[in-house]
Unconditional design. Structure first.
Length: 352
């Protein structure tokens, strides 16, 4: 039977326990007993209730019941198709897997479709009763997963905040604003005053806007101008190369990029102009990807504490499994600035 015909009532709303009870001609408590304590019911009553459950597609409640009554020791994690953040998410997945293993769990991976977060894959796993809960990453504005999972009573934790609307569930995130703030402080200490920011398009990413905000607030705290010092690009080296040109033309002596990928575009444009990263213009990236250390010059970058993120995600998820009604817990972890050769002291003329 197609999924759409089994996931909602004839009126288009979700199938409820009371609706199943009416269909089977029993009380809601009898339906609850069929799910929780089937031995309490007569075989014919149990069969009637189970038939109504199957016919009406009462799968979310069955999944939630399964999660409450047994543990598969599996945690679902959807692999995102976007390659831009692959190095970071690979490191996070390794940290998550290690933390889960230490707790006696395994990570069950499934592919997420392109085009932003959807429920595809999550519904299927719950239908099959294969996971105890989910870890979400790639959280975005309008993300449907948190509200849907909460409605089904399924434990989950996000690596990333909810960027819009009502806050739902537990999450662990890295304070991107703190990271770019630290980058500004580092550059100011080196004598830079014309510090530009190369970020992702405004409004396209809560994470990107958070990193931009940290730069802007730190600049204002030091009384440094931000007008004409900000450019935007998609997370692509060639696009970043073109986007950073106006910042360099305007005399920026340092550029903070929202990702190491954008920083690579800055490297390319500097070399096209006959300038050298670090020596002529300081460059700071974000994420401390494996590439950062092997670049020439090596790239100063903001490192996310991914091992801590993975460990906290597992801790919060297992706490939610054990206490479904407990108050939500949300953690904002501090990143660290890894200083390398791409940031050097400003020349006397650049500092003016």
């Amino acid at each position: 039977m197609p999924r759409s015909s089994k996931s909602s009532s004839a009126k288009g709303g979700p199938v409820t326990l009371a609706m199943v009870a009416a269909r089977a001609g029993v009380s809601p408590q009898t339906v609850s007993n069929a799910l929780n304590s089937p031995d309490m019911l007569r075989p014919e009553t149990l069969e009637r209730v189970r038939r109504a459950i199957d016919e009406m597609g009462y799968r979310p409640s069955r999944a939630a019941q399964t999660l409450r009554t047994r543990s598969s020791k599996l945690i679902g994690y959807g692999i995102l198709p976007a390659q831009d953040s692959a190095p970071v998410l690979d490191r996070f997945l390794h940290a998550l897997s290690q933390a889960a293993d230490e707790a006696g769990y395994r990570i069950l991976l499934f592919a997420c479709p392109p085009g932003g977060p959807t429920l595809e894959g999550y519904e299927e796993l719950l239908d099959q009763h294969e996971v105890d809960g989910f870890v979400l990453s790639g959280t975005e504005r309008g993300d449907p997963r948190q509200a849907w999972l909460a409605k089904q009573g399924v434990p989950f934790v996000g690596f990333g905040r909810m960027w819009s609307g009502r806050q739902i569930g537990d999450w662990v995130d890295v304070d991107g604003a703190s990271g770019t703030d630290a980058a500004v402080e580092h550059l100011v200490a080196l004598g830079h005053r014309k510090i530009a920011f190369l970020g992702w398009p405004r409004g396209s990413s809560g994470t990107g806007d958070d990193r931009a905000e940290g730069w802007q607030k730190a600049m204002r705290r030091h009384g440094l101008p931000t007008r004409g010092r900000r450019a935007q690009s998609v997370n692509d080296i060639e696009a970043a190369r073109a986007a950073v040109k106006p910042l360099l033309d305007a005399g920026a002596t340092a550029v903070i990029a929202a990702s190491d990928m954008l920083a690579l575009g800055c490297y390319q444009m500097l070399r096209e102009r006959g300038a050298a990263p670090g020596r002529d213009v300081a460059v700071v990236g974000f994420d401390d990807s494996p590439t950062a250390e092997i670049l020439s010059p090596s790239l100063t970058s903001v490192a996310q504490p991914l091992e801590d993120v993975g460990r906290e995600c597992v801790r919060l998820l297992l706490a939610r499994v054990a206490a479904p009604d407990a108050a939500p817990e949300r953690l904002l972890l501090e990143p660290s600035l890894v200083v390398r050769d791409s940031t050097t002291a400003a020349t006397s003329t650049a500092a003016e």
